[in-house]
Design a protein around this ligand. Sequence first.
Ligand SMILES: [Zn+2]
Length: 401
Amino acid sequence: MDELTLFTLALGLNKPWEVIDIKFSKDVGRLDLTIDFPRGSAFTCPACGAGNCPVHDTKDRQWRHLNFFQYETFIHSRVPRINCKQCGTKQIEVPWARPGSGFTLLFELLVLHFGREMSIAAVAELTQVRANRIWRILGHYVERARKKVDLSGFHILGIDEFSVRKGQDYMTAFSDIEASRVLYTAESRRKEVIGEFAQDLTSREYNPAVIDLVCCDMWDPYLNGLATHLPKANIIFDRFHIMKQMNEAVEEVRRAEQHHAKCLKKTRFLWLKNPANLTGQQAATLDELTKLDLKTAKAYQIKLALARFWEIRLPGEAKRYLQRWYFWATHSRLEPVIAVARAIKRYWQGVINYTLSRITNGVVEGLNSKIKTAMKRAYGFKELGYLRTIVYLVAGKLCFD
Ligand SMILES: [Zn+2]
């Protein structure tokens, strides 16, 4: 077997395509393969499928292919336009690349594989391809895979903001909570994003009215958008976010009090951590502190009481418990705690609705950590379109077959 035939086979080419020339330049570090077809070859019309269409003219093109060992490899070919009796002059598609791409399919698959495992800056470095071209490849395959996502069975929506550019801007992630995958991302956290998401679902032949539970933050723009676009869905406020606010309130009380109660200095995380995660020494210190007549200790007890609320599974019992908690919190004379209690009162039904769901912190935190991973992979790139692509790639559970 000669080397031309060998390369023809290695590239998986079928007649009439064959490798007709190989040029290897060791100095430049590259391999150039030329693919051609014999004179008189006929092709199938890409528009109507008619066979045996004669070549009208050709255009020289080049594609970047997988490296041959350490050598960058390029494929060259003249791509024919054919004459079809039905359709006229048509550009044919070559079997090794998709239309319009400057890379072979195998090269693009490699980029996609790397893009799921490492940062985009590293992919660009490794392949010696400019990052914006890497992003375009990823964008193409991600969008194609998103169109094929099976949305049947989706009915619990999670809405979460995430910060980009060091907290300067926010984007919104819409997730299928049960399947633990991000379905859509929007480039802000304004109320319009809910309508955008509903439209994206409709374009994928999914009826947004099927969504019956929405788990989100107490953020009015989302709530306003939901009232317009998903009016029938029950809203559930995310336990994770409410406890975060409660922890912030405890810390605010502690920070103010430590000026005259020195024993509170350097105890910040003792009050914030889950008691079960403290070491023996930390638990003992905390125990001593809670025996003192401190405002911080009182705020802490109120926090623990709120944490117990999430374990209640009966709506009637949950409501009675929260009412008692609310009374206690609002009579605590601790302003930051009262502010949290008032916020809960304002969104009362959504908080009680938590008992309806089996949404665990684990799923929500798992999605958040995938989004964080995605942001790390995109480090150095600020284009919101790129950030959307990388979130789908890392957290979308897409299938690229
Ligand atoms: Zn045709």
